[in-house]
Design a binder for this molecule. Structure first.
Ligand code: ZN
Ligand code: ZN
Length: 204
């Protein structure tokens, strides 16, 4: 189904997602990956079922069961939307639905040579950012660190950093303190969905 996806969010991130415990920007990016990735969809469903079973075992606590069950239902809906994803050049269904967007009609803002951004609004008072980033072929971002967790999901093309190459559907997760320098594919460039809990820290 998603044979080209080789890099997934780590287990702890999927577990937090299934429990509804991720921050809003990270949850949006994980939800987008899950809509593209059968493997993680199954894992999230299993984690949600385990969570529901654990909560169900606790006496007099039927209320919290609702949260994991909602995750299960939303992944079922995403599965039913699968035919839309086959073109391989579209926004993931949860993002397209929530923001009423397609990749073709995005109003990009130029950030610098070869770098374009489109911010996706989050709930008021939410910390962090969610945005689309477009890099022209061969574009090299500055070396930077992060003030919080950052999750990058590739939508078109590819990029690489010291940890390897990332293509459509692949996820790169970095922690606060990690430094890296993403470089867009020399032929295709890339468009990514990026969820960041804190700002970039530029070096030098
Ligand atoms: Zn996955
Ligand atoms: Zn980064």
């Amino acid at each position: 189904m998603s044979p080209t996806i080789t890099r997934h969010p780590d287990g702890a991130t999927l577990m937090s997602f299934a429990a509804g415990a991720l921050s809003e920007p990270l949850a949006a990016a994980v939800s987008a990956h899950v809509s593209m990735c059968a493997e993680c969809r199954h894992e999230v469903r299993d984690l949600a079922l385990v969570g529901a079973a654990l909560l169900g075992d606790a006496p007099a606590s039927r209320g919290p069961v609702a949260a994991p069950v909602r995750v299960h239902e939303s992944t079922s809906r995403e599965r039913s939307a699968r035919p839309h994803r086959e073109r391989g050049d579209e926004l993931p269904a949860p993002i397209a639905r929530k923001y009423g967007l397609t990749l073709e009609d995005i109003d990009w803002t130029r950030l610098g040579p070869g770098v374009w951004q489109h911010k996706l609004p989050l709930s008021p008072s939410t910390k962090g950012e969610l945005y689309l980033l477009k890099l022209i072929p061969g574009c090299r971002l500055p070396v930077h660190g992060h003030a919080g967790a950052e999750l990058t999901l590739v939508l078109t093309g590819a990029f690489s950093d010291a940890t390897g190459e990332y293509r459509r559907g692949d996820v790169l997760e970095v922690d606060a303190g990690t430094e890296h320098q993403p470089v867009a594919d020399r032929l295709e460039g890339c468009i990514c969905l990026i969820a960041a809990e804190g700002p970039y820290i530029l070096k030098g």
